[in-house]
Design a binder for this molecule. Structure first.
Ligand code: MG
Length: 245
């Protein structure tokens, strides 16, 4: 009965709006709620007022090892650098849908090639990797180069700067959704802007990014830590912030 009256009310409004619109009244199609909250944008790459700052150049207090021990990577000159062999680090806080800003730099002195050159990675929810790699004049499989969704999506273009130069990723990540049977109902999605250039346009992830084998989805929590990869290379990071969406 209640459903019926809601339905009838909706129909009434639709008819009323249509009639008003036909009379040429512009206010009929104006929507006044919700009013977007005010956010003060940052200058340049500084965080907007509603961002959660994950690294402001001082310390790794927002990060830890997977085991819960303090993050052992080296902090200096407003950045931090992978300490090879110590393993990846992750945020203490878990995140779902986010806008992420992160800056990274591969070593100026080039060592190695292909996947062995300035390799790290940004792992959303500890599972879904946007590749960090020195892909400046460095051949590797394109679905594993910088800004690829590792072994899933080749970036639209190669926007890499020279080794030793700071680079930016601005990433919009939408977490996957799972149904009550544990199956994925809405796959994860990612948009990546590399140094101001769109390189991944709302691509759909096939599952976790795998080094070996095919990606699959396994149901997990709504929010999980963001992690950075230790791939044995001296990659540095700075100015990291997220906005929860
Ligand atoms: Mg990697």
């Amino acid at each position: 009965m209640k459903q019926k009256s809601v339905f009838l009310t909706a129909i009434f409004f639709l008819i009323a709006i249509t009639m008003e619109a036909q009379r040429g009244i512009p206010e009929v199609t104006e929507v006044h709620e919700p009013v977007p909250p005010v956010v003060t944008p940052g200058t340049g790459t500084a965080p907007p007022s509603d961002a959660i700052v994950l690294f402001d150049g001082k310390d790794l207090s927002q990060w830890e090892k997977g085991s819960g021990e303090p993050a052992p990577w080296e902090v200096g000159d407003g950045a931090f650098t992978v300490v090879p062999g110590t393993g990846g680090i992750q945020t203490k806080q878990g995140f779902g849908d986010v806008q992420l800003h992160i800056e990274w730099r591969s070593p100026e002195v080039v060592k190695g090639d292909g996947q062995g050159r300035g390799n790290s990675g940004v792992f959303f929810m500890g599972r879904y990797e946007v590749q960090v790699l020195d892909s400046y004049d460095n051949h590797t499989y394109p679905n594993g180069q910088a800004a690829s969704v590792y072994k899933q999506h080749i970036p639209l273009v190669n926007a890499c700067k020279k080794p030793g130069e700071w680079q930016t990723y601005d990433i919009i990540f939408t977490a996957p959704r799972f149904n009550e049977h544990g199956r994925v109902s809405h796959p994860a999605r990612v948009t990546v802007i590399h140094n101001g250039v769109l390189v991944q346009n709302n691509v759909e992830l096939w599952g976790t990014t795998q080094y070996i084998g095919l990606p699959t989805y396994t149901k997990h929590e709504d929010k999980l830590p963001l992690s950075l990869q230790d791939h044995g290379d001296l990659v540095s990071f700075r100015n990291i912030w997220v906005r929860e969406l």
